[in-house]
Ligand binder design. Structure first.
Ligand code: GDP
Length: 292
């Protein structure tokens, strides 16, 4: 019996594929996982036993730095949000929602503004400027004129990365440039035929040494996480310093008088779309709280 550790890169039909320093080992999970809330998930670090036939058993899974239920994956390092300058136009509410999800899960976010060949560079920069104080790295790309692709490659090197963005923004084209592979992520589900049923398969693809891509459908369809509406403003890094200027210590930054954040929006120091998304998400969270 050999003991190894590695990363679960795929899980399907009760089998887990664990990448170790001696290759990818097909494993079953110990029966005890059936009774546990924490079942092995793609992205998990796992301790495994390997028997004399080369079959593995997952014994233990390591502490996770983040975990998503749908799609089921853990330990993502970076979320690349892809939007286009146009065709389709960027959906700022969607971008803000994904930034919240990333922040809430401790995942670094990169905002990729693609199709820069379709407009003046000033237009792409205008979108980036909205996020200049939002604690997100922005990058302008074009798969047509090869702008920004090498920089993006450098940013996600040796990391586990997931891509999100609406259909048509250019995710597959970017992935092809980055990996040389014909991949589809995001809204497009990858289905494996299993008799009458189809199973969605989540997989980590190692496209370069130590660089993984989460090849999983569903990252663009994540719901806003549940957390208290009163804490929402803290998820907007550019709001933080202005809250000191609020007259009321329990200011919700909505209809109150003398609100430092609203003043900053009026003075052009906080982008209006960021404040608008704050209002929309606040209402959403409040409504969820009332439903409990
Ligand atoms: P996905 O649905 O997000 O995976 O988007 P695709 O990669 O399938 O791209 C959608 C369309 O946009 C295709 O017709 C691509 O050829 C086109 N496209 C992708 N990247 C660019 C780009 O940088 N510039 C332009 N002009 N078109 C692009």
């Amino acid at each position: 019996m050999l003991t190894k550790n590695g990363t679960i890169i795929k899980g399907i039909g009760g089998f887990y594929y664990v990448k170790t320093d001696i290759g990818i080992i097909e494993c079953r999970a110990r029966g005890k996982f059936r009774n546990e809330a924490k079942v092995p998930t793609v992205g998990d670090f796992a301790d495994i036993d390997i028997d004399e036939n080369g079959s593995g058993t997952v014994k233990k899974i390591g502490k996770r730095k983040n975990f998503f239920v749908r799609p089921p994956i853990s330990n993502i390092d970076t979320l690349v949000l892809v939007a286009a300058v146009k065709n389709p136009n960027p959906d700022l509410l969607f971008i803000d929602k994904m930034l919240l999800i990333a922040k809430n899960n401790g995942v670094e976010a990169i905002l990729c503004i693609n199709k820069s060949d379709l407009c003046d560079s000033a237009d792409a920069e205008k979108i980036c400027k909205i996020y200049e104080n939002a604690d997100v790295k922005t990058i302008v790309t074009s798969t047509l004129s090869n702008v920004g692709i090498d920089e993006l490659k450098g940013l996600i090197n040796k990391k586990v990365t997931a891509f999100a963005g609406f259909s048509g923004v250019g995710k597959s084209s970017i992935l092809k440039k980055l990996t040389g592979l014909d991949l589809q992520t995001g809204n497009i589900s990858k289905k494996l035929s299993r008799g009458k049923h189809t199973t969605r398969c989540v997989e980590l693809l190692e496209y370069a040494d130590g660089s993984y891509l989460a090849d999983t459908p569903g990252f663009s369809m994540l719901d806003l996480p549940k957390f208290p509406s009163e804490e929402l403003w803290r998820y907007y890094p550019e709001f933080l310093s202005y809250a000191d200027g609020c007259k009321f210590s329990d200011c919700r930054h909505l209809n109150e008088r003398d609100c430092g954040i609203k003043n900053a929006v009026e003075n052009g120091e906080i982008p209006p779309s960021r404040y608008e998304s704050y209002r929309v998400f606040y209402e959403y969270l409040k409504q969820k709280e009332n439903e409990y």
